[in-house]
Design a binder for this molecule. Structure first.
Ligand code: ZN
Length: 398
């Protein structure tokens, strides 16, 4: 595997500007196009699996993070609070959890609504030391594919199993496999919430769910979230370094801190359990990995540019085909500059999945000649209508 930072530069996927700051990458148009396609896929996958999406702001009052336990347990990883006045300070959020707890609390909840699955791809911030930052794999502004499931005690097991399944669906669609799964448990030291019974219960829920999901894993003490144990999906990068992409966590702590409750069938108020989960992790770390595992040649459905149209001469300009591609929502460009051979090499260098050559014969016949990047993919001379139908099929998200 090649370093994603080099490929990211060569393919103009993202850029780091010292004036913007370390760990604050800019997604250039090509990287942004790929990311948008992946975000759309994640949203659709989650909708198909019962998630409702929300938007929430990337900061909140300091008080919220005192309540959530982040400031007492996690302050070292957070940016310092911003004081607006003596009584009013705000915090760039270290996680989306408290906002989603507030979404649950927006009105009274009935057991009939549970499990309530809330999803968002949202920003969170970590005050990482500048020495550890690099490309997209470790950043200060994180765009997290996050989700929180509010459910009953009886539903937790099935929700964790289902979250593990959904992860695997997403990873397969994106074209990679995690290097391992890790059950991250509490360690020594004061950073963890001190409630041994709660930790035991949450850990045994995760162990049972991992067994039921048929996932083999290793256990690691000292890698849990401060409020609970978690299943971590681990990746290896080009240099063999391990990092965590996505997680599933069982949390009995924050529901109590935010006094979450629902009305049960018998009319009693009960506390929901909160399952924190991410299928694809942060978009930054996900793309660092996707760039490396695919060597920059993304599957066609999230390739930044899906079709490069190359007219052999100006007389053959593929206007009709170009318009039809755009109408079909394919990401397409028409290139005129340079010899045909040079443009074909340029498409290969940019790892474009399909080149459509329009020569005099194709132009006269209303056809295009497709050349695929990947051996065995769609190819040959096709009438424009058939080419569009076939390209739409092979370029659509799973
Ligand atoms: Zn969370």
């Amino acid at each position: 595997m090649q370093d994603h930072r080099k490929l990211g530069r060569d393919l103009e996927l993202f850029h780091s500007d010292p004036l913007v700051g370390a760990g604050l990458p800019l997604w250039l148009p090509a990287g942004a196009a790929a990311r948008r396609a992946v975000e759309d896929y994640i949203h659709a996958l989650e909708r198909r699996n019962g998630y409702q999406h929300v938007y929430s702001p990337p900061l909140a009052k300091q008080e919220m993070y005192v309540r959530s336990g982040h400031l007492p347990h996690f302050a070292d990883d957070m940016f310092p609070p911003m004081a607006l006045s003596e009584h009013d300070a705000f915090v760039l959020r270290p996680s989306l959890c408290p906002h989603h707890a507030a979404v649950f609390n927006a009105r009274g909840r009935s057991y009939r609504e549970l499990p309530l699955r809330i999803g968002e791809i949202g920003g969170q911030y970590r005050a990482e030391r500048s020495g550890v930052l690099g490309g997209l794999s470790r950043v200060r502004a994180i765009s997290l594919n996050d989700g929180h499931i509010f459910c009953t005690e009886e539903q937790v097991h099935a929700e964790v199993v289902e979250s593990l399944r959904l992860m695997r669906v997403a990873h397969e669609a994106l074209g990679f496999q995690p290097s391992s799964f890790r059950l991250s448990l509490r360690g020594d030291g004061g950073k963890y919430v001190d409630d041994p019974a709660m930790w035991d219960k949450a850990s045994s829920v995760l162990r049972d769910a991992l067994a039921d999901a048929g996932v083999s894993y290793v256990e690691a003490a000292g890698e849990a979230a401060f409020y609970g144990p978690k299943v971590d999906v681990q990746l290896l990068d080009h240099a063999g370094r391990e990092s965590t992409l996505a997680t599933v966590q069982v949390d009995y702590f924050q529901p109590a801190r935010f006094d979450l409750s629902y009305v049960d069938a018998d009319g009693a108020r009960r506390r929901p359990v909160m399952v924190h989960r991410s299928a694809a992790g942060s978009l930054e770390r996900l793309f660092a990995h996707l760039i490396e595992v695919h060597d920059g040649a993304f599957p066609a459905w999230y390739a930044p540019l899906q079709v490069a149209v190359l007219p052999v001469s100006d007389a053959c300009a593929g206007g009709e085909f170009l318009r039809a591609c755009r109408a079909a929502d394919l990401r397409v460009e028409e290139w005129h500059a340079g010899s045909l051979g040079a443009r074909i090499r340029q498409a290969a260098a940019r790892k474009v999945p399909f080149v459509a050559v329009v020569g005099e014969r194709e132009a006269a016949d209303g056809a295009v000649s497709l050349r695929p990047r990947d051996p065995g993919a769609l190819s040959g001379v096709l009438p424009i209508g058939s080419a569009i139908a076939a390209l739409s099929e092979v370029c659509s998200a799973p």
